[in-house]
Design a protein around this ligand. Structure first.
Ligand SMILES: [Zn+2]
Length: 121
């Protein structure tokens, strides 16, 4: 199967590594890509693990996120810019038949010796 974050790569050679071992993630961009793929695959456990503990969604919020991500049809991810602790991206998805785009500037930190998502604007 192709990787949700990049159709030029196989999942086995891309985000699967992160999903199996978050400590293998070397950069903020790889973490961001693996989180996009986790949204597509509704992998809530990974979404929580890759989220900074201070900004991690509550159990109620995570149920809403799970319901939402299963209800939309994810199209693709575009990484516009990335640096050591920052990624700007666009994520495309269909919701209720309409194409939507999320554009975000995301910030990342290391926690417990691996990269995590801190917040975004
Ligand atoms: Zn990937």
């Amino acid at each position: 199967m192709k990787c949700p974050c990049n159709t030029l790569k196989l999942y086995n050679d891309c985000c699967k590594k992160a999903h199996q071992n978050i400590h293998s993630v070397a950069t903020a961009e790889i973490l961001m890509r693996s989180r996009y793929s986790a949204f597509v695959m509704a992998n809530i456990e990974y979404l929580q693990k890759s989220h900074h503990s201070s900004t991690r969604p509550s159990n109620i919020e995570i149920k809403e996120i799970l319901t939402w991500t299963k209800s939309v049809e994810w199209v693709k991810l575009e990484v516009l810019e990335s640096s050591e602790n920052y990624v700007e991206f666009k994520a495309y998805f269909y919701e209720n038949g309409a194409l939507n785009i999320i554009q975000e500037n995301s910030f990342f930190e290391k926690e417990n010796n691996h990269w995590v998502y801190k917040n975004g604007i």
